[in-house]
Structures are given as C-alpha cells and as structure tokens.
Design a protein around this ligand. Structure first.
Ligand SMILES: Nc1ncnc2c1ncn2[C@@H]1O[C@H](COP(=O)(O)OP(=O)(O)O)[C@@H](O)[C@H]1O
Ligand SMILES: [Mg+2]
Length: 114
C-alpha cells in the first residue's frame, strides 16, 4: 500500500500575466521503506513538490494523501499534527539547532510535542 499519493496535483503561482504553472497534473506514489530521489534542474519544481508532499503548501488542484488522510481535507490543526508526527524535513535552509547532536534534535522534538 502506498503511504504517500499525489492524485493529479497542480500548483499554480500568481495570476494573469504572472501566472506560473510549477506542477501540472502530477501523479505519484511512494511506499513505506522506499528511498526516492527527486532530481531536476533548478526551477523545475522539486521544492514545490516536496513542500506539498509534506503539507507545508497546498495544491491548487488535486489531492495529496498521506496514510489515507487527504491533507487538504484536514483542518489546519490536524495538518499540523500530521506534520509533527509523520513528516521529517531538512530543507536547504534548515532550521536545526546547531549545538545539538542528531540524537538530541530528535529528543528535542519529542519534548516539544507535549
Ligand atoms: N512562492 C512562489 N511564488 C511564485 N513562484 C514560485 C514560488 N515558489 C516557486 N515558484 C516558481 O515555481 C518554479 C519551481 O520552483 P521550485 O519548486 O523552487 O523549483 P526547484 O526546487 O526545482 O528549484 C520556479 O519557476 C519558481 O520561480
Ligand atoms: Mg529547490
């Protein structure tokens, strides 16, 4: 069973003359335990794809499902809970705590959960 599903996901930034289609009808599935690399030139939509997959941005059209929850049908609070419990992100501009070890970073998240 797939844990992450993109069903015809489109993301459009801007409107009118400045409208930009960053993702167009993307279908994608990832299963538990898979290691997937998303590669492509700068500006091809990798960050847009990943931030939508992680529930940080919402698609303009289409659905994203994580473990059978359709992200856009969840409340903001439920989306936040899903991100906290199911999703880990290290973005280019990462927000790790510089003086903690990797293990301490994870423990820190557990402390904050409460
Ligand atoms: N918030 C935004 N507003 C307008 N355009 C954006 C925004 N985010 C990304 N884009 C545009 O969408 C396209 C894909 O960007 P991005 O997903 O950052 O690509 P990548 O990570 O592959 O370099 C680029 O043309 C970028 O300029
Ligand atoms: Mg990027």
């Amino acid at each position: 069973m797939s844990n992450l599903i993109f069903d015809s996901v489109t993301k459009i930034f801007g409107e009118g003359g400045s409208k930009y289609v960053a993702l167009e009808n993307i279908n994608f599935e990832a299963e538990s335990g898979q290691l997937i690399l998303v590669v492509g030139p700068s500006g091809s939509g990798k960050t847009t794809f990943l931030t939508i997959a992680g529930g940080l941005q919402t698609p303009t059209n289409g659905d994203v499902k994580i473990n059978d929850s359709t992200i856009n049908s969840l409340s903001k609070k439920q989306q936040t809970k899903l991100r906290l419990e199911k999703i880990g992100f290290v973005l280019q501009s990462y927000n790790l705590v510089p003086f903690l070890t990797v293990e301490e970073q994870f423990k820190f998240v557990d402390k904050l959960k409460k």
